[in-house]
Design a protein around this ligand. Structure first.
Ligand SMILES: Cc1cc2nc3c(=O)[nH]c(=O)nc-3n(C[C@H](O)[C@H](O)[C@H](O)COP(=O)(O)OP(=O)(O)OC[C@H]3O[C@@H](n4cnc5c(N)ncnc54)[C@H](O)[C@@H]3O)c2cc1C
Length: 461
């Protein structure tokens, strides 16, 4: 499922389901999860190990926050539903609203894509600002309490470890504390310990699929003229192992990122990064770096070894009172910018699972529906990554054929704005990749190049 097919969030659908829910982790998934739980629980406690000052700051528990975070259309529209007024608040705090159809120069398959015919509103900001605005909206809800600077150490259970009954938390330099809860949501990200907890308590761990890509991100922050709102997107794309991105963000800055896959990593010094940028197929990143000063000499790095998916939906046994969401289930090659949007859609699916059956068999119903969103993101990310022979992992069925079709579509989109629009809507998780196989699109993709025209055809999801 994508934005188009996930039923909209409707807080009125949920009646009282329980007294107290605990969400572990105040990253994007935890913030979205806590929002939907607040409709059905008298109290929701969001427990976060990092201290969270009342301002947008990078923090230890979210080391990826230094790097460019694109909010796809699926995420933008869903966050607006979860937190009405989110976009306006983001803009008031300095975030940007750009037109993805014209302001983003998107390079792939040997050229930039044509401008699209339809406006695509896209919010741009640093990850700390995206998170801070969501946190502010969440903590305005009376039922929600944020316990920052508290680490969850363990789950509380009944004697048979069949039901999770809360968590054990500890604030720095304090005694451990027990928090009872009717429901616990694990939103602790990629390093989630739930799989270990399961095996320690006699359960099977979820099967894991690690698709190795060995990508390294390096990011510098560059001063941006206020009226220059260009976004440059030239990600690594088969067969190129190198890529780069420049995203305009608040504070008249660009986050400029270079990255390399399968060990083709950018160096760790400014000179080396500039040199690396000159090897990219577009000159824009190199120009930005050469003609605009750095905000500081700091270089942020993030090694990302693999796409990782834990198949909780495959487990026959799972404790009652526990749900896992966000990166704790699946984390994707960041180049595709899917994680926050997948987490937002998952929160809406959790909302629907609560609305339709309360806490009864909640985890299995939620995992089952979340699969339909994760599958789409996973197939897009892993399908593209598996084109590199160095990428290891099982290939989704039909991935090779689809990748060849997509490659042709992308090349046609260099001159066909409607194909760019169709492709963009898929990449934005607005409509599924199968929408690219509809006759109106296929005809434009498969007809000989010289006959391509701007004649009308729209893509429906
Ligand atoms: C380099 C990089 C770039 C990315 N770019 C994009 C992008 O462009 N667009 C996009 O949508 N996504 C992007 N992502 C993915 C995105 O960051 C995540 O998918 C998304 O934020 C959802 O993560 P999460 O909330 O599940 O986990 P996290 O963001 O990892 O948050 C987990 C939280 O749990 C807390 N925590 C962990 N353990 C405990 C504990 N025991 N007790 C209490 N708290 C705990 C952590 O401190 C943290 O706050 C990128 C990721 C990386 C690595």
């Amino acid at each position: 499922m994508t934005l188009r097919s996930v039923p909209r969030y409707d807080s009125g659908q949920v009646t009282t389901i329980g007294t107290h829910a605990v969400v572990v982790g105040a990253g994007m998934a935890g913030l979205f999860g806590a929002r939907v739980l607040a409709d059905g629980f008298e109290r929701v406690t969001l427990v976060e190990c990092d201290p969270l000052p009342d301002e947008p700051t990078s923090r230890k528990g979210v080391p990826q926050a230094h790097h460019a975070h694109a909010l796809l259309e699926a995420g933008r529209a869903t966050v607006e539903d979860l937190f009405p007024g989110y976009g306006e608040d983001l803009l008031s705090a300095g975030g940007l609203l750009i037109d993805g159809a014209t302001d983003v120069k998107f390079y792939d398959e040997g050229d930039f894509l044509a401008e699209g015919p339809r406006r695509i509103p896209q919010y741009l900001a640093t990850r700390p600002l995206f998170e801070y605005i969501a946190r502010r909206h969440l903590t305005d809800i009376d039922a929600v309490t944020l316990r920052s600077g508290c680490r969850v150490l363990d789950y509380l259970t009944d004697d048979a470890a069949e039901t999770i009954e809360g968590v054990v938390i500890r604030k720095k330099d304090s005694e451990a504390e027990r928090l009872s809860a009717d429901l616990v949501v694990d939103a602790t990200g990629r390093t989630s310990r739930t799989a270990n907890w399961l095996t320690d308590n006699g359960y099977a761990a979820p099967p894991v699929n690690d698709v190795q890509i060995d990508v390294l991100y390096r990011t510098v922050v560059v001063r941006r003229p206020p009226d220059d709102r260009r976004g440059i997107f030239a990600p690594a794309s088969y067969p190129r192992t190198r890529g780069g991105v420049a995203l305009p963000v608040e504070g008249d800055r660009w986050l400029v990122n270079v990255h390399g896959m399968h060990g083709d990593h950018p160096p760790a010094d400014v000179e080396g990064i500039l040199e690396f940028a000159t090897t990219l197929p577009v000159s824009e990143l190199e120009q930005i770096l050469e003609t605009h000063p750095l905000v500081s000499e700091t270089i942020e790095s993030y090694p990302f070894p693999s796409n990782r998916r834990r198949y909780y939906e495959d487990l026959d046994q799972f404790p009652a009172g526990l749900v896992v969401m966000g990166d704790a289930i699946a984390s994707f090659n960041p180049i595709y910018g899917q994680g926050m949007s997948v987490a937002a859609l998952e929160a809406v699916l959790l909302h629907h699972a609560l609305a339709s059956g309360g806490r009864d068999a909640l985890a299995s119903r939620f995992f089952e529906s979340a699969t339909s969103v994760i599958d789409i993101a996973w197939r897009m990310a892993v399908g593209a990554d598996l084109q590199y022979s160095a990428t290891t992992g099982p290939k989704p069925l039909g991935a090779g054929l689809f990748a060849r079709y997509l490659s042709r579509l992308t090349r046609k989109a260099h001159t066909d704005g409607r194909l760019r629009d169709a492709l963009y809507r898929v990449l934005m998780m607005e409509i599924p990749p199968t929408a690219l196989l509809r006759p109106g699109v296929m005809v434009r993709v498969l007809r000989p190049t010289r006959q391509a025209s701007a004649s009308d055809s729209t893509v429906e999801g």
